[in-house]
Design a binder for this molecule. Structure first.
Ligand code: 6R9
Length: 703
């Protein structure tokens, strides 16, 4: 039988069994064919599935069905591992309403039970005999800088900082703003907040001073935690100065940040050669700013945990909204803890002696769930890395994996695409044989990147888990399981336990079997967000209005003949640049702030490394000319207002934009212009069809 035929037969078999049963015992590897297609299947290697928590597709199917049919039984077993001060009442195990016609939208898990997440992540592990186990290996930007922290020591630091926060007047329910680099104090800060029931609101330290200020104002934080600065590669980020600008902006708007606690970090790490002296000077404002190290000196290392209701808020994390205003996604205590722990255990097939390495910044949900909460809830040992994959050399990730004998590595497609441009010798010169599971997150992974990850990094023996999820979902919702799911390059595959994925057509009708549609979920799992901070109406509108009865992800997906799900990308006006989600509206509103720009439209253009980049069309006012200065100004403005990651790649002069008669900009056409594809489809609804030709003719040469 030729490989192709074998593939087809397997495909048929899969099609018939759908998600149902065993898919034949043979291993198929079609890598000899040019491009992997959805027919190409890679089976988990025996070294991966032999001892896996879930070691066959059959077992996954059974467990998944159990989790859907009997959620109380399925999760009921799992919650026993945690400490609940007030036990879970089975009658109130979980309740929800996803249909606004029946009343307000809500989700509750373990309502009435009380617990504390820092207690479960730290005290419980110390009590279980893991006090001396390493919670984190910290690897600095410079390879000479590294340290480690045990569970016992982490607990001590968390208690001390919790006492510091208390001394600054922070109480249960208060918000604490955090703007931190990848240092261990970030973890300490988050857990110290949870110790006393404060809600942390961490903002990625790549956001601009303006963006951070807006977020502080929105959550009303009076205490801010940051560091003096950080080196990323050879680049210096003056975090405290950015915070100063944010705090000034807040003050101008009538909100005072009363305490700013600053980790003194730059002085303890190796700076790149010839670093300018001024980078080491940090202005501190009397009465408001204090050094972390000074405050910690006298703090007591005992802090009794605040027992929190399972449905008390745990943290908020901002994510872009399609109207441009960021949304403060709110997660609560009990459900998030259980879901972060369970997904971490199964999706990375975590075992007690593993060393796990997640490259995501703590400022994103991946950093929250899979750098902090998930691993610690399992008593895991993780690597936290401060630097970039390119410093001091382009093999830094591989050097770190070799150094710590990493077993699970979790990164983003944009990083993989950036690294696969280099000679694979850079990978091969390191011993990566400890690796078992390779994770991908943040955007769809293209098959080329998947293959490189699989072959060059994983040496064709690791399982790749392409994890689809969102800030809102709290944890993975679609993903292969390493020991169980035959892998298709680029497919997020199947729902995690407790999750039921549905595809809907434009009319809200469920698509059975093969097809493509809106990716929605018809029931909550424990980790689903509960609300948007102070804006429950927007929560209902954004996620539950379009299709009553379903949580709407805003992504599209396709189900193939074998039941695999392939996420096709956003269906709303969102862009995904290197895994950073932002809305077209957000960037458009910044561009039109510029006095010479009367109108702007932004679309995503495919980019070989970033996945997508920003292609902007600007209509200028009469007296403004389109020149280098304007382009420089606009890029700078976007960097300042949003952050460096949002900088446009192309800005095109658009004397007119393609609009319908009702004045709606047809972004579909702009997307075609961005890639110079003249197959623009039907343009008869345009008010003026000449606009299209004009825009094609006006494309900048570099675009
Ligand atoms: C975890 C995270 C969420 C959006 C999501 C989707 C995209 C994330 C993906 C993926 C395809 C994957 N996305 N993982 N698309 N395959 N494996 O990234 O959260 O920053 O909120 O972004 O990212 O579009 O809706 P967040």
């Amino acid at each position: 039988m030729t490989q192709k035929l074998a593939a087809r037969r397997l495909e048929n078999q899969l099609a018939h069994s759908h998600l149902e049963r065993e898919i034949g015992g043979f291993t198929l590897n079609l890598s000899a064919f040019n491009m992997p297609s959805e027919r190409t299947i890679y089976h988990p290697n025996p070294s991966v599935f032999k001892n896996a928590h879930v070691n066959s597709f059959d077992q996954y199917v059974d467990l998944h069905r159990h989790s859907i049919d009997k959620p109380e039984e399925f999760w009921g077993e799992i919650v026993k591992q945690f400490y609940w001060e007030t036990p879970i009442n089975i009658d109130k195990f979980f309740t929800y309403n996803f249909d606004f016609r029946k009343g307000p939208i809500f989700t509750k898990w373990f309502d009435g039970a009380t617990t504390n997440i820092s207690y479960n992540l730290l005290d419980r592990n110390v009590r279980n005999g893991n006090g001396d186990k390493i919670a984190f290996y910290w690897e600095g930007n410079h390879p000479d800088d590294y340290s480690r922290l045990t569970y016992k020591k982490l607990l001590e630091e968390v208690c001390k900082f919790a006492n510091v926060l208390k001394s600054k007047g922070v109480k249960k329910g208060d918000r604490v703003a955090v703007y931190m680099p990848m240092i261990l104090e970030s973890v300490v800060t988050l857990l110290a907040c949870t110790r006393i029931g404060a809600i942390h609101s961490l903002v990625f330290a790549g956001f601009s001073a303006d963006s951070f200020a807006d977020r502080i104002l929105h959550c009303g934080a009076r205490v801010l935690v940051t560091a003096d600065g950080v080196w990323r590669g050879e680049k210096h980020l003056a975090l405290k100065s950015i915070c100063d600008q944010s705090m000034e902006k807040c003050a101008r708007k009538g909100h005072n940040v009363e305490h700013c606690i600053v980790v003194s970090h730059l002085g303890r790490v190796t700076a790149p050669p010839n670093a300018p002296q001024q980078h080491f000077v940090t202005p501190m404002k009397n009465g408001r700013d204090e050094w972390w190290q000074d405050l910690m000196e006298d703090a007591s290392s005992l802090c009794y945990p605040e027992w929190m209701q399972a449905e008390d808020p745990l943290f908020m994390l901002y994510t872009s909204g399609s109207t441009g205003k960021p949304k403060g996604v709110l997660h609560t205590t009990g459900g998030y803890m259980v879901y972060a722990a369970t997904t971490f255990k199964y999706v990375f097939d975590y075992k007690p002696n593993d060393v796990y390495f997640c490259t995501a910044d703590v400022g994103w949900i991946t950093g929250h769930t899979y750098l902090v909460y998930g691993p610690l809830a399992n008593g895991a040992t993780s690597v936290m890395f401060e630097g970039t994959p390119f410093y001091p050399e382009n093999d830094r990730f591989w050097a770190v994996i070799e150094k710590y004998k990493v077993t699970q590595f979790y990164t983003a497609p944009t990083a993989i695409r950036a690294l696969m441009k280099f000679d694979s010798d850079l990978v091969k010169r390191h011993d990566l044989s400890s690796l078992r599971v390779l994770g991908s997150v943040g955007e769809p992974i293209n098959p080329e990147a998947w293959m490189w990850y699989y072959k060059v990094v994983g040496n064709e023996k690791c399982s790749i888990v392409d994890t689809f999820w969102q800030t809102e979902t709290g944890g993975h919702v679609l993903t292969p399981l390493p020991g169980a799911t035959p892998m298709k390059p680029g497919a997020a595959s199947f729902p995690f336990f407790g999750v039921q994925a549905v595809l809907l057509d434009e009319n809200g009708k469920e698509i059975e079997g093969e097809g493509e549609g809106y990716l929605v979920f018809n029931r909550p799992w424990p980790g689903l967000m509960r609300s948007l901070y102070n804006d429950h109406d927007r929560y209902e509108d954004t996620y539950f209005n379009k299709f009553p009865g379903y949580y709407c992800t805003g992504d599209g997906a396709r189900r193939d003949a074998s039941g695999y799900l392939w996420v096709t990308g956003r269906v709303d006006d969102m862009l995904n640049v290197s895994g950073h989600l932002m809305s077209t509206a957000e960037v458009e509103s910044v561009l039109t702030e510029y006095p010479g720009v009367s109108e702007a439209a932004v679309v995503a253009k495919p980019h070989p490394v970033k996945g997508e980049c920003l292609y902007c069309f600007v209509t200028l006012t009469e007296n403004t000319s389109y020149n280098e200065k304007l382009l420089g100004d606009l890029k700078k403005l976007v960097r300042e207002r949003i952050g460096p990651f949002a900088q446009p790649d192309v800005i095109q002069n658009a004397p007119q934009l393609p609009k319908t008669r009702s004045g709606k900009i047809m972004r579909r056409i702009l997307r075609k212009i961005a890639v110079n594809d003249r197959d623009v489809g039907d343009i008869t609804t345009l008010a003026d069809t000449n606009v299209v030709e004009e825009l094609f003719a006006n494309r900048p040469i570099a675009a």
